[in-house]
Write a protein that binds this ligand. Structure first.
Ligand SMILES: C[S@@+](CC[C@H](N)C(=O)[O-])C[C@H]1O[C@@H](n2cnc3c(N)ncnc32)[C@H](O)[C@@H]1O
Length: 166
């Protein structure tokens, strides 16, 4: 790795980053809805990252970060978010495969959250950023997952919630 490159961190609050970092270890497999600096941050801390992104422009930037850091444990998928099959082909057949799934894409977060649950190992971590904006959605009342930890909300109320699969 080129030591002059900037250390990238997820676009979460400091409290959220500090809450998630101790959960990560080198044999974990991570799936991410919404690529970004989080992709790089996870890749440097876990075994494998699969990421799904809907913006071609953003994908170009993230792919550049991956390339310049010689990161080899990320598989990046770009899919048209307006298509019904946006996530299906990528998640098909991946039952109970992931240790951690992050829901942090630009669109369809509630659907992503619901679709992620069967793809998690038992006790796997399901993260949703900006969770304060999803209290209407029912994600906090799904019987197969339980809130595990929440970051301290910032001035705007922004927080990240971690659930675990039961
Ligand atoms: C809040 S970003 C978070 C992405 C990632 N999980 C992270 O923490 O870095 C959510 C989405 O915003 C979209 N986006 C587009 N342009 C962006 C930009 N300049 N910075 C951040 N996100 C951007 C992308 O589709 C991205 O998946």
């Amino acid at each position: 790795m080129n030591g002059s490159l900037k250390n990238l961190e997820p676009l979460w609050t400091r409290s959220a980053i500090e809450m998630v970092e101790p959960l990560l270890h080198k044999d974990m497999k991570v799936f991410e809805f919404g690529s970004g600096s989080s992709t790089i941050w996870f890749a440097e801390r876990v075994k494998e990252v699969i990421t799904l992104e809907s913006s071609p422009e953003w994908t170009r930037i993230v792919n550049e970060w991956i390339k310049e850091r010689n990161i080899t444990n990320v598989t990046a998928h770009l899919r048209d978010i307006t298509k019904g099959e946006y996530m299906s082909p990528i998640l098909a057949g991946r039952e109970a495969e992931f240790d951690l799934i992050l829901v942090d894409g630009a669109f369809r977060r509630v659907e992503s959250f619901e679709r992620a649950i069967p793809k998690l190992k038992m006790n796997g971590y399901l993260l949703i950023d900006d969770s304060q904006t999803y209290s209407w959605s029912g994600v906090f009342n799904i019987p197969s997952v339980k809130v595990y930890q929440e970051s301290i909300p910032d001035k705007t109320g922004k927080k990240l919630s971690i659930f675990r699969r039961l």
